[in-house]
Structures are given as structure tokens and as C-alpha cells.
Design a protein around this ligand. Structure first.
Ligand code: NAD
Length: 453
């Protein structure tokens, strides 16, 4: 079926009001959960073919997220969709005020390849929970996962409600010409701008989940063992192909050498080695070539080797890096960790402030003043103190960027709100109304109005 026809059928289906029924939404969320549970092997095989991701990582970083989202919405759908009463101001008496969350209509979700299930299915689940029809366009770069999602969803859901559209840049360009009620995009800042422009043609609201260079700062007051362990895990998980991975490290000079040793120790201990169960490969040749060029061989502290036949790049630490180096000019999105040392904490925050607002930022310290300065001075999407990445795992925290790292957010109730309109209703009594707002006007009425308003 032609995609334009499918979008039209979704718009027509939405108008039948069926997706507004909570029973309808729950039935399909349960169906999706059951499909995922019984297709775990198929989903794991596809992602392994795409970039060698293990069953363990696929469960912890992809499927568990998606299953938790379904569980959250099934549990909270009644309260999330319930109208909320608010107080009514004096000039609107006698009246009742309430906010009614309502679905938007037919929405488009465009996913990225690096966590292909989570980044496609989580926003899609939020869209369905909020009562919308949805077109999902996963990333064609992770081709096998795109195909398996298309197969499982298109064989089990009516296309006028939910449809997975397979395609690359040409297909997405065509898709973006159509009118949607919301576009939720995850991907690069460059493509985010293309999506935003296309959405503007139809005045379509957007959520843009983009990237950026996310710093991790380690001061002399940190628990260095914990910092090294958590940074190594978060940086080299998925071979660094994580939007919220620490992109680069800022380490206080007095602990610099000691800390690098600890990083080396944990890379070895975790067996983050090309070809091992816990380490993935680079998604494609284009990214492999881009990453290899970022490795300045004069600055390698650890790793640096790569194998173009297998698209493997060793976990690599670059030392004595400065802000002008190539590796500091773009989001790395791979297993290369540049380390810059600093002597004073506040100037380093000022340097971060001179760059685009990142998607995430991390601080490792036990010093209360440093924690306070980090939280109040820097602007970033979200982050952690004394950990990396894990803020994503708390559905009570909104997840999204700011400035160049994105617009809007989701997860938990924020995902539901991202795909809802908050409709205001004021219900007035038909009695007990003073007549002073109605013409003809008089000085006396004005003086009363001034007192009342
Ligand atoms: P990308 O921008 O290349 O692709 C994302 C999606 O856009 C894909 O579905 C792709 O088909 C489509 N697309 C690509 N070029 C297009 C074009 N010219 N016109 C229309 N559509 C187009 O991003 P990617 O390589 O899949 O992901 C890497 C980037 O995404 C990184 O910058 C990373 O930080 C960011 N990212 C952000 C998050 C987040 O949650 N904020 C999560 C993952 C990745």
C-alpha cells in the first residue's frame, strides 16, 4: 500500500474515535508486549547481525526499556488520561475548570540506529498510550532490526492504526512532505534541522531528540575507582555508539595519571575487546572511516587499533588532548575517549559553557560546592552526579535535550504528554453572574472591574 494512503487511512481511523478508548489502547499495548516477549530470539538475532550486539546488552539496553514502558503505561493509563480539576479564579465564578489530555491524531516517529528497538519503540509506545495512530520509520542503517520491527508490527496491527514504514533518506523525504499531527525524531542535529523545516510547512509540532558532545568531569574529590568503573562502562557500552555516552573527559591534573591507569584497568577487566561478547562493532564503513580518522596516533594512551574487515575499533583513550584537536570538533559516537586535564574547576565549567548545550553532562566528585556549581551553572539535557547514562533508566525523569541537543522530552508521563494536547475546559453555571462585564460600560462598572481583576 502507498504510504500516503496509509497516512490518510490513519487520519480517517483516528476520526472514528476508537483510539480514545482506554480499553482499545490497553489491548494493543498488551498485544505488543506479547509479541516482543515471544519474539525475543528473533529480535536478538537481528540486532546481532546489524552490529554484533550481545543478548545481554539487547535485553538490558533495549528490550527491558521497551517492556518497562509498556508496563508503565498499562499501569498508569487511567490516571494519565483522567481529566485534572484545577481551581477557578474569581472572575470565572460560578464555574469549574479542568484539563483534558487528548490524543493529537496521526503521528510520525523517526528512529535512530544505535539503540534501534528502544529509540523506535519507546516513543511509538508513548504515542499509542496517549491514543494516537502512528507511523514508525526506523533507521535503515540498522537494516535487520528495521525489517524485524516491520514484520512483527505490520503482520499484527491494522495499518490504519499502526504501521512501520521501511526506508532511507528518499522515503523519509517523501514521508516528511505529508501532514502529521506530531513528529518525534531521534537522530543527528543535522537531520533534525531538515525534519524541523519540513514540519514547519504544516505547522506540525516536533520533539527532536538529538546529540552533542557530552562531557564527564572528574575532580580530585571523586571516588576515583567508582568514577573509572562507571565511565569505562558507559563510554564503551555499544562501542561508544550511545547518544548520552560521555564524549570526552575533563580530569583534574593532580589525579590525571592515576585516573588513566584506572581506566586502563577497567577496560581490561570488563574484557571490552573487539570480537568479545560484551563489545559491539561499528555500525558501518562510513562511521568506521570517520572514527579511525579521529584517532591521533601521537596521543594514544590505550588502544588505537582497528580492523576494517570486521569494523572493529579497540576502546581507545587519547591523552593530552586540547580543545582544538579534531576529536573535539564533532560528536565522537564511537569508542574513542579524549582526556583533557584541568587545574581549576570553575574555569572548566566556563569552557563547557562556551560550547553548544550538550545532551548530557556528568560530574564525579564528593564536593558539595562542585556539585552545586555543576548543577546550577551548566545547561544540558540531563545527567548524573557520580554516574553516567543511568538517569535514562528513571521513568520519573524527563529525557530530552536543550538548545542544539534537542527540543522536548519523553519517558514515563513526559512521553504521554509529548503526544497529548492539554485541552482546557471552563464550565460555567447559568445563574449567579454579575452583569458588570457586559456593555453598556460606565465609570462605576470600571471601578468595580478594577477591584475584581
Ligand atoms: P541520522 O540523523 O543520520 O538518522 C536518523 C533518522 O533520520 C534515520 O531514520 C534516517 O533514515 C533519517 N534520515 C537520515 N538522513 C535524512 C535526511 N537527509 N532526510 C530525512 N531523513 C533522514 O542519525 P543516526 O546516525 O541514526 O544517529 C546518530 C545521531 O543521533 C547522533 O548524533 C546521536 O547523538 C543522535 N542520537 C540521539 C539520541 C537521543 O535520544 N537524543 C539517541 C540516539 C542517537
Amino acid at each position: 500500500m502507498d504510504i500516503q494512503e496509509i497516512v490518510s487511512s490513519q487520519q480517517a481511523f483516528f476520526k472514528t474515535q476508537q483510539t480514545k478508548s482506554l480499553k482499545f489502547r490497553k489491548m494493543y499495548l498488551e498485544k505488543l508486549r506479547d509479541i516482543i516477549l515471544r519474539s525475543e530470539d528473533l529480535l536478538c538475532e537481528a540486532i546481532h547481525k546489524d552490529f554484533g550486539k550481545s543478548k545481554f546488552d539487547t535485553f538490558t539496553t533495549e528490550l527491558s526499556f521497551v517492556l518497562n514502558d509498556i508496563h508503565y503505561y498499562l499501569k498508569n493509563l487511567n490516571s494519565l488520561s483522567k481529566p485534572k480539576k484545577v481551581t477557578t479564579n474569581l472572575s470565572n465564578q460560578i464555574g469549574k475548570s479542568s484539563i483534558h489530555p487528548e490524543p493529537l491524531g496521526c503521528v510520525l516517529v523517526i528512529g535512530a540506529w544505535n539503540y534501534p528497538y528502544q529509540l523506535s519503540l519507546s516513543p511509538m509506545i508513548a504515542a499509542l498510550a496517549a491514543g494516537n495512530c502512528c507511523i514508525l520509520k526506523p533507521s535503515e542503517i540498522a537494516e535487520n532490526t528495521m525489517k524485524v520491527m516491520a514484520k512483527l508490527i505490520n503482520e499484527n496491527f491494522p495499518p490504519e492504526y499502526l504501521y512501520v514504514y521501511e526506508g532511507g533518506i528518499d522515503e523519509t523525504t517523501e514521508l516528511l512532505k505529508l501532514k502529521f499531527d506530531k513528529i518525534f525524531f531521534t537522530g543527528s542535529t543535522k537531520v533534525g534541522k531538515i525534519v524541523y523545516k519540513a514540519a514547519a510547512e504544516h505547522l506540525t509540532p516536533v520533539v527532536l531528540e538529538l546529540g552533542g558532545k557530552s562531557p564527564a568531569i572528574v575532580t580530585k574529590d571523586a571516588d576515583l575507582e567508582v568514577a573509572a568503573k562507571r565511565i569505562v562502562w558507559g563510554k564503551f557500552l555499544n562501542a561508544g555508539q550511545t547518544c548520552v555516552a560521555p564524549d570526552y573527559l575533563l580530569v583534574e591534573e593532580s589525579i590525571h595519571e592515576q585516573f588513566l591507569e584506572m581506566l586502563r584497568k577497567y577496560i581490561t577487566e570488563f574484557k571490552y575487546e573487539p570480537g568479545s561478547e560484551q563489545y559491539t562493532r561499528i555500525i558501518n564503513r562510513k562511521n568506521f572511516d570517520r572514527l579511525v580518522k579521529l584517532i591521533d596516533h601521537k596521543k594514544i594512551y590505550f588502544g588505537g587499533n582497528s580492523d576494517e574487515t570486521k569494523l572493529h575499533i579497540e576502546p581507545t583513550i587519547l591523552n593530552n588532548v586540547n580543545w582544538e584537536d579534531d576529536v573535539m570538533q564533532e560528536e565522537i559516537f564511537g569508542p574513542i575517549l579524549p582526556v583533557i586535564s584541568f587545574t581549576h574547576f570553575n574555569p572548566v565549567l566556563n569552557t563547557i559553557l562556551e560550547h553548544e548545550k550538550p545532551l548530557a553532562a556528568y560530574l564525579f566528585t564528593r564536593n558539595a560546592e562542585e556539585k552545586e556549581a555543576f548543577t546550577s551553572k551548566l545547561s544540558f539535557g540531563g545527567g548524573c552526579i557520580n554516574d553516567v547514562i543511568m538517569h535514562l533508566g528513571n521513568e520519573r525523569l524527563p529525557f530530552g535535550g536543550v538548545g542544539a541537543s534537542g527540543i522536548g522530552n519523553y519517558h514515563g508521563k513526559y512521553g504521554f504528554e509529548a503526544f497529548s494536547h492539554q485541552k482546557s475546559i471552563l464550565e460555567k453555571a447559568t445563574w449567579g453572574e454579575p452583569s458588570i462585564k457586559y456593555p453598556p460600560y460606565s465609570e462605576k462598572k470600571l471601578s468595580w472591574i478594577k477591584k475584581l481583576l
